[in-house]
Design a protein around this ligand. Structure first.
Ligand SMILES: [Zn+2]
Length: 443
C-alpha cells in the first residue's frame, strides 16, 4: 500500500508538471471541434460551462452537470479522472456516451463540491463513500442524486445516479410483458403465499418489475413491507425499510423484524446470502407472499442458485411460484424507424441461435438515426422476459436437484418463452433491433 501511495504521489507530481506545461494551450483542447459523439449536439461546450473569467464557478459547474444529465435523460453521470483530463460521460438508455472533457486541474474541485453537496468527508481520498443530495430545478422541482465516490489510479472517480422523483406508474403491459407472461404473473400474484423471484444482471430492470407488482398488490386490505438497499422510490401505502449495515440492519435482520410486523406481502431487495435465503423461504412457507431479486443470468438458474444457498430443495419446490428473467433493450426511435431485409448471412446467424422465430418476408427494423434520438437510432427502453412458472414437473425436477439446463428444457416444453425468443419477437415487431437483443443476451 505504501509503495502504491508513493507511486501515486509521483504520478500526481508528473501530472502537475504536465498540467503546468499545458496551461497555455488549454482552451484549444475543447471537445466542440470534434462532434464525434452524436448525443453531444444539444449540450453546451465545456467553455460555456466553465465560464470565460478566470474564476471558475465549481458550484455552478456541478449544478449544470446534473441539469444537463437530467435533460439528456441520463440515468448516471460518470466523472472519470484520467491521466491528463477529466472525462464526463452520461449513461442514456443503458449505454454510456461522452459528454464533456474538463482540464485535469478541475478534478479535485469538482469531486470536493460533489462531496460537500452529499455530506461526504472531503479529507478522505482513499476510501469509497456514498451519499445523496438534491438540487433544485425550475418549477420548484428537485433532482434527486445518489452519489458514489471511489478511489482509482488517477484520482477519485464519482458516479452520480439521477433518481426520478417517483417510480413511473408502469403496467406490466407497458413494460413489455407478453399476454402469456402477464397471465403467469397474475396467477402468481393471486396466490396468497410463496415467492416471486426476479433475476438478471445489475441494471436489467428487476426492481422496476417488483415495484410494478407491488403497486398491483397495494390495496387497503393488505399490509406490504419492504427492506431495500437502497430505497429507489417511495410508494405511498407501503412501509419501506432501508438496509443500514453500519447500524446492523441487513437484509436478513430487516426481514426478521418485518415478520414480527404481521405483513401479507414482503419485498426483500436482494437474496444474496444463505441467511436471507433461509428466512425468505420460511416467510413464504408461513403464509406470506415474498418478492425478491436474485443475481443470476436467467430464470431457470434461480432455482439451483437457492440450493447453492443451502435451502432444502423440497422447500424451494413448495415455495417458489415464478421466476422472472429479464434484460432491458433499447427501443427503436419511432421518428427514424426503417424496414430492412435480412441478408443470407444474417439469416444463417439467426438460424445458429436455434430460435423458433420465423421472419415475416425476412423483414426486420432499424433506426437510421435522427435529431430526436441524438442520431443513435434508439429512444427509451423496454424489457425482454422469460417467466418460469413452477408447475408439478418443475417441482419434481427441483426436488431431484436437476440442473438449470434440465429445468429450462422442461419449462420450454411446458410453454415458457425464453428471453431470446421474447426479444426476437419484439425485433420482428419493430420494437427493437436484432443487434440489440444479441448485445444484451450475451452480456
Ligand atoms: Zn431517431
Amino acid at each position: 500500500m505504501a509503495v502504491k501511495d508513493k507511486d501515486k504521489e509521483k504520478e500526481k507530481e508528473k501530472e502537475k508538471e504536465k498540467e503546468a506545461d499545458k496551461e497555455e494551450e488549454k482552451p484549444k483542447e475543447k471537445v466542440k471541434e470534434k462532434p464525434k459523439e452524436k448525443s453531444r449536439e444539444d449540450l453546451p461546450t465545456e467553455k460555456e460551462l466553465i465560464g470565460s473569467n478566470k474564476e471558475v464557478s465549481i458550484i455552478r459547474l456541478v449544478d449544470a452537470l446534473v441539469e444537463h444529465g437530467f435533460k439528456a435523460r441520463a440515468s448516471d453521470i460518470h466523472i472519470e479522472p484520467e491521466e491528463d483530463k477529466v472525462r464526463v460521460r452520461f449513461r442514456i438508455d443503458g449505454v454510456l456516451h461522452d459528454a464533456f472533457i474538463f482540464p485535469k486541474q478541475l478534478q479535485s474541485e469538482i469531486i470536493t463540491r460533489i462531496k460537500v453537496l452529499s455530506g461526504l468527508r472531503t479529507d478522505e481520498h482513499q476510501a469509497a463513500q456514498d451519499g445523496r443530495f438534491k438540487i433544485p430545478m425550475d418549477d420548484s422541482q428537485f433532482i434527486d442524486v445518489r452519489v458514489s465516490v471511489a478511489p482509482t489510479y488517477y484520482g477519485e472517480n464519482s458516479v452520480m445516479r439521477i433518481l426520478a422523483q417517483q417510480a413511473q406508474a408502469y403496467t406490466l403491459e407497458m413494460m413489455g410483458f407478453s399476454v402469456k407472461d402477464r397471465e403467469r404473473i397474475e396467477r402468481a400474484i393471486k396466490t396468497p403465499f410463496g415467492m416471486i423471484l426476479c433475476t438478471g444482471p445489475t441494471g436489467s430492470g428487476k426492481t422496476t418489475t417488483l415495484y410494478t407488482i407491488i403497486r398491483i398488490l397495494n390495496t387497503a386490505e393488505v399490509s406490504i413491507i419492504t427492506v431495500e438497499d437502497p430505497i429507489e422510490y417511495s410508494i405511498p401505502g407501503i412501509e419501506q425499510i432501508q438496509v443500514n449495515s453500519r447500524a446492523g440492519l441487513t437484509f436478513a435482520s430487516g426481514l426478521r423484524s418485518i415478520l414480527r410486523q404481521d405483513p401479507n406481502v414482503i419485498m426483500v431487495g436482494e437474496i444474496r446470502d444463505e441467511e436471507t435465503a433461509g428466512i425468505a423461504v420460511n416467510a413464504a412457507l408461513t403464509g406470506h407472499l415474498v418478492l425478491s431479486t436474485i443475481h443470476t443470468n436467467d430464470a431457470p438458474t434461480t432455482l439451483p442458485r437457492l440450493i447453492d444457498m443451502k435451502v432444502e430443495s423440497f422447500l424451494i419446490a413448495s415455495t417458489v411460484n415464478i421466476a422472472i428473467g429479464q434484460r432491458l433493450v433499447r427501443k427503436i426511435c419511432s421518428d427514424c424507424k426503417t424496414k430492412e431485409k435480412l441478408t443470407e448471412a444474417e439469416l444463417k446467424s439467426l438460424a445458429d441461435l436455434h430460435s423458433e422465430k420465423s421472419w415475416d418476408q425476412n423483414v426486420y427494423y432499424v433506426g437510421k438515426g435522427c435529431k430526436s434520438c441524438g442520431d443513435s437510432g434508439y429512444k427509451g427502453r423496454i424489457g425482454i422476459y422469460e417467466v418460469l412458472e413452477v408447475d408439478d414437473e418443475i417441482r419434481q425436477a427441483i426436488v431431484r436437484r436437476a440442473d438449470a439446463s434440465d429445468i429450462k428444457k422442461i419449462a420450454i416444453k411446458n410453454g415458457m418463452t425464453t428471453m431470446l425468443e421474447d426479444g426476437l419477437n419484439k425485433a420482428s415487431e419493430g420494437i427493437t433491433t436484432i443487434e440489440e437483443i444479441l448485445r444484451v443476451i450475451h452480456e
